[in-house]
Write a protein that binds this ligand. Structure first.
Ligand code: HEM
Length: 252
């Protein structure tokens, strides 16, 4: 058995419906065995209904619309987090819930204690999805999984493109329970994971990132140093300020 096909550390199951703890206890990401298979199938089914090409086009158009009104801005806050989640939400038949997905994504992993903002945001997401069912958790789980990871994909690509430095992989490590111990497992060389829990959204994420990055051509960095997210598991810019590159017109 490879480390990545080992079980994930279990999360508490006796939780109040509609809370962040309930989300963890109800999604494929933190489940094992039959629960994992069934919950992953719900997520995969929902993703199968999504037109991947349309994701790219919509991400492009949405990014263009937002940046038209901006001059010097932080790509991570204005584009890389809200656009992929907003476009994916729309494709899943939901309103643009990106403002609520961001705080839930920050509280999603079991080592984080959710704050009141995350709990309130999750409450609204559960309402929009029709109540605390396993299907609602699967749809919210897709948006939450998409949030930081796709922002990382975009931020890392753009940062590399504009700085000339190599592109980093956004998700560096995950956790598994091996021989009764919870251990960090490296994802080096497998940007979307591997085995029975490999990312089911890789094509969607790639399309969303491609649309956003295409719309962000012709910008340059306005800060010499990039500030990176301080997390052992994620490698992505915390902030990436850009402005229009005045030389582009002259070069074309
Ligand atoms: C549309 C965007 C995305 C969606 C909807 C999505 C969805 C998911 C879901 C539902 C899972 C859990 C699968 C399971 O436990 O069986 C997952 C796992 C994973 N995703 Fe994604 N994801 C997205 C973007 C990304 C991106 C951009 C990356 C990194 C480049 C990424 C990396 C991973 C990895 C490494 C795992 C496996 C984690 C593990 O094995 O512990 N995902 N994703």
């Amino acid at each position: 058995m490879t480390p990545l096909s080992a079980p994930v550390p279990p999360v508490p199951a006796d939780v109040r419906p509609g809370t962040v703890a309930w989300l963890r206890a109800s999604v494929a990401r933190f489940s094992n065995g039959g629960d994992h298979v069934r919950r992953r199938a719900l997520a995969v089914d929902a993703l199968t209904s999504v037109d991947v090409e349309a994701l790219r086009d919509n991400a492009f158009t949405r990014t263009r619309t937002i940046v038209a009104a901006l001059d010097d801005f932080d790509v991570m806050a204005e584009i890389a987090r809200p656009v992929p989640v907003g476009v994916l939400a729309e494709a899943l038949g939901l309103p643009d819930v990106s403002a609520d997905v961001t705080p839930v994504a920050a509280a999603y992993h079991p080592h984080v204690t959710p704050d009141a903002e995350a709990e309130a945001a999750l409450g609204r997401l559960v309402s929009v999805c029709g109540g605390p069912t396993e299907l609602a958790a699967a749809r919210i789980g897709l948006l939450v999984q998409a949030c930081d990871a796709t922002a990382g994909l975009i931020g890392n690509e753009l940062s590399a493109r504009l700085s000339g430095k190599p592109v980093g992989q956004p998700v560096l490590r995950t956790r598994r329970r091996i021989d009764g111990e919870d251990v960090a497992v490296s994802l080096a060389g497998t940007p979307f994971g591997a085995g029975p829990r490999a990312c089911p959204g890789s094509a969607h994420a790639t399309a969303l990132a491609a649309g956003v990055l295409q719309a962000l051509q012709g910008f340059r960095l306005t800060e010499a140093e990039t500030t990176w997210v301080s997390s052992p598991n994620l490698r992505m810019p915390a902030r990436l300020r850009v402005t229009r590159d005045g030389t582009v017109g002259a070069l074309c």
